[in-house]
Design a binder for this molecule. Sequence first.
Ligand SMILES: Nc1ncnc2c1ncn2[C@@H]1O[C@H](COP(=O)(O)OP(=O)(O)OP(=O)(O)O)[C@@H](O)[C@H]1O
Ligand SMILES: [Mg+2]
Length: 551
Amino acid sequence: MRKNFLPVAGGSALISDDPDLIGHIIDVSAHHMVASLLDDYEQKLAHRGDENITHSGAHLLVKSRGGQLLVRVVRSWLENGATRVELMPLGDIGTDGRFSRGVSQFPPLNAEVRVVGLNQLAGMFDAFRRFGLHLGRHSQYPELKVFFDPSPLFGRHLAILGQSGAGKSWAVASILQRTVQSMPRAHVVLLDIHGEYGWRDAEGNLHSAFPAKMARHVDARDLEIPYWLLTYAELIDLLIDRSDPNASLQMAFLREVLYTLRKKANRDLGIDSLSVDSPVYFSIKEMYLQFKKANEQQMDFGKTRGPLFGAFDEFLVRFQAMFNDSRYSFLFKPRKRIESTQLESLLRDFIGLGDPKRPISVIDLSFVPHDVRPTITAQIARLAFEFNYWNPRRHEFPILLVCEEAHQYIPREADLQHAATRKEVERIAKEGRKYGVGLCVVSQRPLELSETVLAQCSNFICLRITNPDDQAYVRRLMPEGEQDLTETLASLRRGEALALGEAIPLPTRMQLYRPDPTPSSHDAPVNEAWLDGPEDLDVGDIVQRWWRQMR
Ligand SMILES: Nc1ncnc2c1ncn2[C@@H]1O[C@H](COP(=O)(O)OP(=O)(O)OP(=O)(O)O)[C@@H](O)[C@H]1O
Ligand SMILES: [Mg+2]
């Protein structure tokens, strides 16, 4: 009989008078361990107020002469009347209480399984406490603030995943609010797809999901991202139908015209190295006229046709349709951005250095028609990347691009309409770290999101996910040894998340702080609306709004 065991009546039960000792290791294999818990573990936990310690995701200590190991509960079950728990080792705890990932030595059989004290757990976050960024509270120990290291969190990309209504938008608001509170010179560009982070009430007053000093709201249409910012490849995507038999002729001609026009309109800039892709003004009308002229060219009083006669019929029809479509007006018919020098004010507005200067720029895309969004989001992602790529002080000026509802415009499939956006965002995912451009992708459909982007994310904040396909997919994204954690995803409450990755000392189940103010993503109260909602509506007004594309 070991010293700290007390036999009880009948001789079969095992208890201990050590209040932290709750069991012993009975099985050790390469990746996990099994412990048998003492018969009195429940009383001990109840006494400490830690009833859910055997729930998957909870942390325990395994102590032996070789040292202390932090482990996570994977599952628990009953066997021969005793509670068994499967444990996943997370890392060593040094004599100074510091946690380090990886296991130097597995414990022997019979090693003690102990409760992790609050102080011990708090000690593990100590190294991260100095950054001052805490985003929520530990689920198991609500007294414990969960601290993150902002550099890997925002510099090495973050994915916020969870099913609809799990609390992603609230999480974004809360995380950004905390971030700006602790780092007032943050630079965040938030793509707001549904107008959730800034909206106007019936009187036209702006409401924001951020305190006034934190954010500037820009309607994507007012931002005016002009056509002349598009690269040659992007103009091809927009204007040329690749299945047209004359597509390659059109591309070659576009290249020539574009180069000439960009050069011609910008002689006074005095830059020799302008290229077909340079973000400088050119006249779109002139471009159209050149295509038209070549398409109609005839020689010898109409006896012979020009070499390109008729080759641009399709192009011209497509161009006309797009040019006259009012939804594309802000792209093709800019009102203020009609010369190259306007690029500076565009960049200022976009990055939050306009007037007034704000750490968060919320770009509201909710008024931008669906089929134009990919073009705009591609440009926004490109601006974020190019800004710091050319910024000599990029390391003092890291930028975070937050993509809400990312699956809508950064899809996984080779979807041609979204190819340009995907390419731009994937570039940030792959190379952004070097230039101080971080990405935060937010999605309810991880399965539909670009794999390249997700694979580059070093941090995950996973909210509730119950769909088995999404769960299985998220599981594959997790680092080895942390995959079993995804089993807890279905049991998370609203605003509760599993945080893992480089920015947090250990994978942690946590309750994110409630944002203040909150985004406008309230669930529609169907019962109230259907009980005593309006009897009639101004349908004419709805029609007008639809016609005018004004919500
Ligand atoms: N941290 C939280 N604390 C309390 N309630 C929350 C929290 N987070 C979210 N909620 C509740 O859940 C609702 C939905 O949250 P939210 O809009 O953030 O979900 P979502 O995941 O963004 O959904 P969708 O995918 O549809 O955009 C909120 O209106 C709020 O009532
Ligand atoms: Mg949302």
